[in-house]
Design a protein around this ligand. Structure first.
Ligand SMILES: [Zn+2]
Length: 126
């Protein structure tokens, strides 16, 4: 099923998606820079300074937390890319499950969603 959305609306959603995408890429870049820095700092500690177990534990926790965050971001990035593809293919704003149009208010809140509210809650309740 093709979307019945106007060109103007599609452009708006494309803009929204690109904005989120840019922000995400920036975030992912920062996180991986931080992670690299933490790893360097940690190895410096071992060779040069006194070895504090507590500090290392905190570092490890932070690193794992950052990495977890980054993988969520990557997932989101993938969703956004898919949504952008749907815009190009004229399929944007159509629910993947019931093939009915997704409401505008939902698309404005989550422009990369591929399910209408009904189908989303149906999937979540499963
Ligand atoms: Zn649906």
């Amino acid at each position: 099923m093709k979307t019945k959305m106007s060109k103007k609306d599609l452009k708006l959603y494309k803009q929204l998606l690109t904005q989120i995408k840019d922000k995400l890429i920036d975030q992912i870049k920062h996180i991986s820079e931080d992670t690299q820095k933490t790893q360097r700092d940690a190895s410096g500690d071992i060779s040069g300074y006194s070895f504090h177990m507590a500090d290392v534990a905190t570092d490890t926790y932070d690193r794992e937390f950052s990495l977890g965050l980054a993988s969520n971001d990557r997932e989101l990035l993938y969703e956004i890319d898919e949504a952008l593809k749907r815009i190009e293919e004229d399929k944007f704003g159509v629910c993947e499950d019931c093939e009915k149009p997704i409401t505008k208010s939902r698309l404005k809140a989550i422009p990369y969603t591929k399910l209408c509210l009904k189908c989303q809650s149906k999937r979540e309740s499963k």
